[in-house]
Design a protein around this ligand. Structure first.
Ligand SMILES: [Zn+2]
Length: 130
């Protein structure tokens, strides 16, 4: 049976020698891994940026509202560039879903309005705020 030929994923050179070899050389190995790492970090940065911008929008609105009810027209949040498909977690409280970007979140009151909420997650049983 003929051996399956393996190729270096970096330079496409046919691999010789040990059958478990993955790269033709140490330099190809490090170039390949460094590129993979930087591609991953670009993806993480893009998502982090989105989440942090969302948090900033919610925080700004939350702090700007001095009344007890933190109601905001949905359109207003949209117009600020809020990306609704980016969030960190969802909490459900008596059938109501609250969507969070870090500690700031919102729940839909009706089709036109959202209520902003602020909550420090992971604080149950641990007094980290006081
Ligand atoms: Zn190579």
């Amino acid at each position: 049976m003929e051996n399956l030929k393996n190729y270096c994923p970096e330079c496409n050179e046919q691999l010789r020698g040990r059958t478990d070899k993955k790269f033709c050389s140490d330099s190809c190995r490090s170039v390949y891994h460094n590129r993979q790492k930087s591609e991953q970090s670009i993806v993480l940065k893009m998502i982090d940026k989105r989440l942090k911008r969302n948090r900033k929008i919610l925080m700004g609105l939350y702090d700007a509202l001095h009344n007890d009810t933190k109601l905001v027209p949905l359109k207003y949040v949209e117009n600020l560039g809020f990306a609704f498909n980016f969030y960190t977690h969802i909490e459900t409280d008596s059938h109501e879903e609250m969507v969070f970007c870090y500690e700031y979140g919102y729940r839909k009151v009706d089709k036109q309005k959202v209520e902003l909420v602020k909550q420090i997650p992971f604080s149950e049983g641990v007094d980290i705020i006081a």
